[in-house]
Design a binder for this molecule. Structure first.
Ligand SMILES: Nc1ncnc2c1ncn2[C@@H]1O[C@H](COP(=O)(O)OP(=O)(O)OP(=O)(O)O)[C@@H](O)[C@H]1O
Length: 632
């Protein structure tokens, strides 16, 4: 007899249980560094808000880590609704925080009210000591549960305030229980660089080493320290600073002639190793200003057009953005998603760099010359794609709207679900480098079809012709586009279509995937309007997160939620902004490595005889399939 499946089987995780059950959703579980980062970020937020100027990080002999700041101290009074102290709420409740509105912190790395509770949940012990109101308070926890009440253990001077959190990471949640000292040192130092006037100290009791950093004019000195002894243009980094009411940007950059450029970006002092919209904005701002400079002074040789990579590959930069309301790709905050930030940074950088170029014409021309050389190298290396219809060889499919650019690497082919969405995409695209081919309905499931036979399907045939390569081929010399982007609706039908296309590429155009040419575009499912602000959400979870924030911030205005039933419902401007424009879209790159589970997962998803297994998988994990993907 099959087991009954009733409402009683639906579990609701309470308190910190969700974190212990799925630690990977809340932190990076390779080592406990991200826990340290959460605690340090809270202290840094106090410094950003102007209440702390010294943060000490101590790695103890017993493997625990302390973070001490001289901020306001966590609130110790009783929480009006929870009836327990502020400290206890902070450490034991998810989604409890003082940063949802901008009243206590203007710019903060903390957003979700989750960070330090995650640290508590994943630590075998945690001790918090607070100096506030002339008293010294302490409270302890084990495995996230309190082991002693908040109590006064001494007195301090009235003006002495601050928080110390000491935690012992629970090794069972991490691949390695040890902190990576190098990464931690780097992080601590970066905080000092990015927050002028903040002293950061790092001590390691195992070695007796103690290091301290203080930068009054952080970015430029830091960049030069990192780069020496490379030859650079200009010798003194270009610096920029601009602050609005809800956004601020600081950067230092230069071009490296020999040596490896460093590329670091931060949002509210949190490192974003995967970049995001702020970095895209910096790149396009630089490119636009230099293009304008070259055009105005007629510096470009015939046939050379500057591309983003020409200016970018050798650019060393430190970019620090502060935003009142940043949107990240997840709790580890490695990539910024806030779309408006791309336009903000691009605008600031373009204007500032233009002014600089015109004030330093000689150096400007040297930079332009160097970047033009990079473009010429690229053009020599790139193979040309003949964009006109070829007379010998098969004609391109009639429904393909091709792009005009000849450099293969720069171009993109969007394979789009449905004719109407295809039409919108054609209006939304940048026709110089984006080609669009609409696909009608679901393509054939080619997972179990011989490569020699897939061309019998008209759709597959058209895709192969558009790409310029044959199924099963190992040679990409005839490839016509640098990126192939699968674009389907954000619903389950769309996910099915995207899966069928992924199967086609993994099975029959494997080299294309292995060399990183295939991407899945991620259009949003919802648009949320409050007053003049527009948010886009990829899925229900993201929508809920946005609604929670709107409620917590008590944003005025009627909330209007639009669910896009399909891509065709978005107007071309929305489609461009959310899905196609390089600065603001999210693409997920398909990758293949030796021994990865791609083939077995695809087989489970698509093989005819594995349908019973598929059913079980759909019941257990189907809901995760749309939400766990991380943008590349
Ligand atoms: N060192 C500190 N000094 C003062 N207040 C603190 C300190 N650490 C935490 N807090 C308070 O506790 C709240 C909850 O912290 P927590 O780390 O859980 O979430 P967060 O920083 O708001 O958001 P995120 O989950 O994105 O890190 C903070 O919003 C802040 O109000």
């Amino acid at each position: 007899m099959t087991k009954q499946y009733n409402a009683a089987d639906i579990e609701i995780l309470t308190g910190l249980e969700p974190v212990r059950k799925r630690p990977g959703m809340y932190t990076n579980t390779s080592n406990p560094n991200h826990l340290a980062q959460e605690v340090i970020d809270n202290s840094v937020d106090e410094a950003l808000a102007g209440y702390a100027n010294h943060i000490e990080v101590i790695l103890h002999l017993d493997g625990s880590l302390s973070v001490r700041d001289n901020g306001r101290g966590m609130p110790v009074d009783l929480h009006p609704e929870e009836g327990i102290s502020g400290v206890e709420v902070i450490l034991t409740r998810l989604h409890a925080g003082g940063k949802f509105s901008n009243q206590n912190y203007q710019f903060a790395g903390g957003l979700h009210g989750v960070g330090v509770s995650v640290v508590n949940a994943l630590s075998s012990r945690l001790e918090v000591t607070i100096k506030r109101n002339g008293m010294l308070y302490q409270m302890s926890f084990a495995q996230g549960e309190k082991t002693s009440e908040l109590k006064v253990i001494g007195t301090v001077g009235q003006r002495h305030t601050g928080t110390t959190v000491r935690f012992w990471p629970n090794p069972s949640y991490f691949d390695s229980p040890h902190f990576s000292i190098a990464a931690l040192t780097y992080l601590v130092r970066a905080k000092a660089v990015l927050c002028a006037g903040l002293t950061m100290t790092f001590s390691d009791e195992n070695t007796g080493d103690q290091q301290q950093w203080f930068y009054q004019d952080g970015l430029a000195t830091y960049l030069l320290e990192q780069l020496s002894p490379a030859t650079a243009l200009p010798e003194v980094p270009l610096m920029g600073h601009f602050a609005g009411t809800t956004e601020a940007v600081d950067y230092a950059l230069l071009w490296i002639i020999d040596g490896k450029p460093i590329a670091e970006s931060y949002v509210n002092l949190i490192p974003t190793p995967q970049g995001g919209t702020h970095v895209n904005g910096l790149r396009s701002g630089l490119l636009e200003a230099l293009r304008e400079f070259c055009d105005y002074r007629h510096l470009l040789p015939r046939g050379v057009k500057l591309a983003a990579e020409d200016i970018w590959e050798h650019c060393a930069y430190v970019l620090s953005v502060k935003l009142a309301d940043p949107q990240f790709a997840g709790q580890t905050k490695e990539r910024l998603n806030s779309r408006a930030c791309a336009t903000f940074v691009a605008g600031v950088v373009r204007d500032a760099f233009s002014v600089w170029l015109n004030q330093h014409v000689e150096m400007g021309e040297q930079i332009a010359e160097w970047v033009i050389q990079q473009a010429q190298k690229r053009l020599r290396a790139d193979k040309k794609v003949i964009r006109k219809k070829v007379t010998n060889g098969p004609a391109l499919p009639g429904k393909l709207a091709d792009c005009t650019l000849q450099e293969m690497k720069q171009t993109e082919l969007f394979l789009v679900e449905g004719d109407s969405a295809g039409g919108s995409c054609k209006q939304a695209r940048d026709r110089t480098f984006q080609a669009v081919m609409p696909l009608r309905g679901k393509i054939l499931n080619t997972w179990e079809i011989e490569t020699s036979e897939v061309l019998a399907s008209q759709e597959v045939h058209d895709i192969a012709i558009a790409l310029g390569i044959d199924p099963g081929t190992d040679s990409l010399t005839e490839l016509r586009y640098g990126k192939v982007c699968i674009l389907a609706d954000a619903d389950s039908d769309g996910a099915h279509i995207a899966t069928l296309l992924c199967a086609l590429f993994v099975k029959h155009f494997r080299k294309l995937v292995a060399e990183g040419h295939v991407y899945v575009a991620t259009p949003p499912l919802y648009r949320i309007d409050v007053g003049n602000t527009v948010y886009y959400a990829l899925n229900d979870e993201e929508k809920q997160g946005i609604l929670d924030r709107i409620a917590a911030e008590k944003k005025p205005g009627f909330i209007h939620i639009q669910r896009f039933k399909g891509l065709g419902e978005m107007n071309p401007l929305q489609l461009r902004e959310t899905t196609m424009a390089r600065e603001t879209r999210r693409l997920i790159q398909l990758t293949l490595t030796d021994n990865d589970p791609t083939d077995s997962i695809m087989d489970m998803l698509l093989a005819k005889k594995r349908s019973p297994e598929r059913k079980i998988w759909l019941e257990q994990k189907g809901n995760l399939a749309m939400t766990t993907i991380q943008p590349a």
